[in-house]
Design a binder for this molecule. Structure first.
Ligand SMILES: [Cu+2]
Length: 231
């Protein structure tokens, strides 16, 4: 291993000291910041994920974002509908960046419980328990793929996050944005006003209709105000 790689690897390991043991540690075996492997029999939801290339040269995940509640166990059923190899990796954005830099130096094939790598046409599963609140990321770290669009946010909401009342003014499915006239957003320290939000999960757009009264939780995801929970 050359010097650059050692330094990069060290950076990866020290990025999350509490979890540096990774899959090789004892005790808290596979626990990571993003969560831990779950049991399929105890999955709270099952989500189909598709990975593919588009005609205009992008590489995408469908859906393009997720929102969960702390403690939720999710069974991801992942299909590679593209013509290239792809992978699905759950981690923190910081660790994905470091990992991606390593991948650019040598092609590592992951075999950790938080990731699955699939040949074209293949399908696989990850069962994952989101045990910590925060903003995480799913990504394909094969060189060039992340830059071509293969990443998305995973918002894990602290159970009992503050819901705020509001009225939907406008829904724009094309841009994935919704305009809401809302009460004070306590967690974000924002007074009542009308604002435009992104949605953490595209499926939320189907539940939002202009004129409806809703209760929602908003958070900053990648610097943008984002609806992460809805009722
Ligand atoms: Cu890929």
């Amino acid at each position: 291993m050359n010097k650059f790689l050692s330094a990069a690897l060290l950076a990866t390991l020290t990025a999350a000291p509490a979890f540096a043991g990774g899959t090789h540690g004892g005790g808290h075996h596979d626990e990571m910041e993003v969560g831990k492997p779950g049991e399929a029999a105890h999955a709270d939801r099952e989500i189909a994920v598709t990975m593919k290339e588009t005609d205009d040269g992008e590489m995408i995940f469908e859906p393009s974002s997720f929102s969960f509640t702390k403690g939720e166990t999710v069974k991801f059923v992942i299909t590679n509908a593209g013509e290239l190899e792809h992978e699905f990796v759950l981690d923190t954005p910081e660790r994905n960046v470091h990992h991606k830099e390593l991948m650019a130096k040598m092609d590592m094939e992951h075999d950790d419980p938080n990731s699955v790598r699939l040949d074209p046409g293949a399908a696989g599963e990850i069962v994952w328990t989101f045990s910590n609140p925060g903003t995480f990321e799913f990504a394909c770290l094969i060189p060039g793929h992340y830059e071509s669009g293969m990443s998305g946010p995973v918002a894990v909401l602290e159970a009992g996050g503050t819901f705020t009342a509001g009225t939907v003014k406008k829904v724009d499915p094309k841009s994935g944005k919704v305009t809401i006239k809302h009460e004070e957003l306590v967690d974000l320290e924002m007074p009542a006003m009308t604002m435009v939000f992104r949605v953490a999960d595209d499926a939320m757009l189907d539940q939002l209709k202009a004129g409806e009264n809703i209760e929602f939780v908003a958070e900053r995801v990648k610097g943008k105000l984002t609806l992460i929970a809805l009722k």
